[in-house]
Design a protein around this ligand. Sequence first.
Ligand SMILES: C[S@@+](CC[C@H](N)C(=O)[O-])C[C@H]1O[C@@H](n2cnc3c(N)ncnc32)[C@H](O)[C@@H]1O
Length: 222
Amino acid sequence: MTETVMAWDTYAGQRPERKRVNSRGETTWFNWTQYEDHGPGVELLHLAPRARVLDLGCGKGGNAAHLAAVGMRAVGVDVSPKQLAAARARWGEPAGLELHQADAVGFLAGDREGFDAVYSVYGAVWFTDPARLLPAVRKQLRPGGRLVFSQRPAVEGCYGCQASYIPRGVDEDPLVVKRWDYESAAWERMLVEHGFGDARARVLAAPAGRRRVGTLIVSARA
Ligand SMILES: C[S@@+](CC[C@H](N)C(=O)[O-])C[C@H]1O[C@@H](n2cnc3c(N)ncnc32)[C@H](O)[C@@H]1O
């Protein structure tokens, strides 16, 4: 097992399950943010019926399961066997949902069909060097297809590759994964440099309450 897989398997055991039902009484839904029942939904992906859509770093699969429930062909990819086991336990294998254990860039390189949209919610796009990830996505996106991803906004002055720590027991060192943080303008510039159009990156404010950190949502078109 690589250190990355070990780190994400450890993380899997620390995260609570998505709620059974949201505030609208729905059993599946799409959420780009770290807050429940907050922010835009699947409309950001501009999907036609039966679109083939890739989730990079799908985790426990809630967003991909929602896409399958609304008639899309959702493909979820994650490096963590524990995240995927939780996804299978929760959602089963309904028509329209495929789950794969793989690294995001490796999976993109091996796909032969292409995608109508690629997205990532605090997922593999955040945890992969964009110099490797963006060309791999661009190659597999069909003309007009969207890449949309969300993550925590960069802390002012902390740009490029950063360390994220995944805690373990009190006597153990935390595990480390790398993530890539940039300001909105830098994301837009990089997307254009890698051949995307309509690049747009904005920070969505947190909902009313005590928490202040918003969500960076980035989108672009092939
Ligand atoms: C913070 S979690 C988010 C999971 C999910 N998207 C969600 O919204 O709950 C990040 C996920 O990305 C996965 N991941 C990280 N790096 C990856 C990579 N290079 N390829 C595939 N999956 C990756 C991790 O295993 C983890 O499940």
